[in-house]
Design a protein around this ligand. Sequence first.
Ligand SMILES: C[S@@+](CC[C@H](N)C(=O)[O-])C[C@H]1O[C@@H](n2cnc3c(N)ncnc32)[C@H](O)[C@@H]1O
Length: 157
Amino acid sequence: MQEMNYGCGTILHLAELVNNPTVLYVGVGAGLEALQFAYFSRRPGSVITIDPVPEMRQAAVKNLEIAPQENPCFDPSFVEIRQSDAFNLPIEDDSVDVVAQNCLFNIFEPEDLSRALHEAYRVLKPGGRLQMSDPITTAPIPEHLQQDERLRAMCLS
Ligand SMILES: C[S@@+](CC[C@H](N)C(=O)[O-])C[C@H]1O[C@@H](n2cnc3c(N)ncnc32)[C@H](O)[C@@H]1O
């Protein structure tokens, strides 16, 4: 998982993850933060994660099957991986305590970002939290760099 960590920063704030929260993690990557969130709830389905890319879902499934060897408190049933995307969350309204994403929303164009944020707020319970980590810039990024797919995929532009 550490070799396949495509995040920037961390979104886990230990003092905030109280009361066995149900977490929706958008964009599973290799599963590292889904595993870390599961530590705080430790019950089947307490972390739901979605990803539209089959290769990423497969990598996460594989890594989470290995995880109990290194993490005795973890059971793969704690994390449920679903095929979907940030724009159409397969989750009921007002049903999760935390929505989290790391190094994903920054690559969305403004219209898609609005949809993703709208979906996050739709599924959050009242008083729930949206936890995000993304690179930001204080100066405009030139258009040709913004449109460079490789740099976008690396969350650099
Ligand atoms: C840069 S990686 C970050 C992965 C993970 N959050 C981490 O910290 O390692 C972005 C992830 O979002 C997924 N992704 C891409 N487009 C998405 C979308 N529209 N909705 C949800 N996930 C998406 C990718 O397949 C990938 O797993």
